[in-house]
Every structure is written in C-alpha cells, then in structure tokens.
Design a protein around this ligand. Structure first.
Ligand code: HJL
Ligand code: ZN
Length: 186
C-alpha cells in the first residue's frame, strides 16, 4: 500500500506502519487531518496523529471539531483510541503502548477560552503511575499564534512533566494557512 492510498478516506485495517523516524510524513498526515476540520472564527483548525513511536503504527487520527462538542485534534485522537479499547479517555494511558507519541500541527493548548480541559493536561495524564506507558513525545508543526490566549505555555508545561517536545520543520506556512481559514481578516 502506498501513502497516497492511505491519505484518502478512512484507514483500512490493519493500519499501515511508517518508519517511526519519518517525522515529516507523520506531520503531513496530521496536516491532512487538519484539512478535514470545519472552519470556525474562534479557534484553529488543527490535525493530530497518535503513533506508536517504536513501530510507527498509527493508533488514531483526529482533527479539531471532529467529535461531538468543542473538541480539539489531540483530544479527538485520545478519545478515539480510548473508545477503540473500551476505556474512558481519562484511562487511555492504561492501553497506550510504552512509547506513544503524538504529532500535532499546532503546539497543544494549555488554556481554552471555553474552559474545557486543555490538551496539555490530557496528554500529561496519559502517563501511568509507574511511568511505563503514556505519551512520551510531542511532535509539533508550529507554535500556537498569540491570537486567542496570548502566549501559549503548552510546550514548557509538557517539558516540565518530562514529555519531550520536538518541532518538525517544513510545513509551517501550510499549517498556518489551514489553521486560520475561517478567521476574520485582520
Ligand atoms: C490545538 C486544536 C485547537 C487549538 N489548539 N493545539 N489543537 N483548536 O485542535 C487553540 C486555541 C483555542 C481557543 C478557543 N486551538 O477551543 O487557543 O473554544 O481553540 O476551548 O483558546 O478555546 P476553545
Ligand atoms: Zn487543545
């Protein structure tokens, strides 16, 4: 199977593996997800892919407002993977592989204007008490623009919790273009 087949529509089962070091490809898949998100003036259109960092298997994909309610891309990935394994999102760490990583076109949020739980907290709580499972790394395409919440401290909070954050360069312009579609012209 080639990547192009995979980009169209829902993934066939079993999900294909990509070289776990091919960060650019995973970020392209996350951007592909972001394209699915409906434009809305009050948030960004973001895409995310949850991956087993050891094998390159894709565990879940998500985009802003994919699931019911005011849902974020990273949140959708976690909820979908949790649902597929019959656990609540709060317990998703129990079913994640030991080296789970997430690719997101935009730095995970640390404050939501709606008051919903930020994605940083959702990611941090995936860590199991023994430290064996949970999301270990976050690959991000761009820093969050200072449009809605000023400076986003998501990256530093993740790092404080021992979750490495890695910028994947190369797609910034497209990511921001997709993210801000539907925003008022300044
Ligand atoms: C990330 C998303 C998404 C944002 N950031 N990483 N993934 N929509 O899926 C961040 C932005 C918040 C606003 C509005 N966007 O979303 O700061 O309404 O969307 O809670 O703060 O807050 P709500
Ligand atoms: Zn978020």
């Amino acid at each position: 199977m080639c990547l192009q087949d995979f980009e169209r529509g829902d993934p066939p089962l079993p999900l294909p593996s990509i070289d776990p070091q091919d960060h650019a490809t995973f970020m392209r898949l996350a951007l592909n997800e972001a394209h699915e998100s409906p434009p809305k003036p009050s948030n960004f259109r973001v895409g995310a892919v949850l991956v087993d960092g050891d094998t390159g298997s894709i565990l879940a994909r998500g985009y802003t407002l994919e699931l019911e309610g005011n849902t974020h891309a990273e949140q959708c990935c976690l909820i979908k993977f949790a649902q597929a394994h019959g656990v609540a999102e709060e317990r998703v760490g129990d079913v994640l592989p030991p080296n789970a990583v997430i690719y997101t076109t935009m730095e995970p949020c640390n404050l939501r204007l709606s008051g919903n739980l930020p994605c940083v907290d959702r990611i941090v709580r995936t860590k199991t008490r023994d430290g064996k499972a949970g999301i270990k790394k976050v690959y991000l395409g761009v820093k969050e623009p200072e449009k809605f919440v000023g400076e986003n401290t998501g990256r530093s909070k993740l790092e404080q919790h021992g979750i490495e954050c890695i910028h994947v360069p190369g797609l910034e312009e497209s990511i921001l273009h997709v993210a801000t579609a539907g925003h008022e012209e300044e």
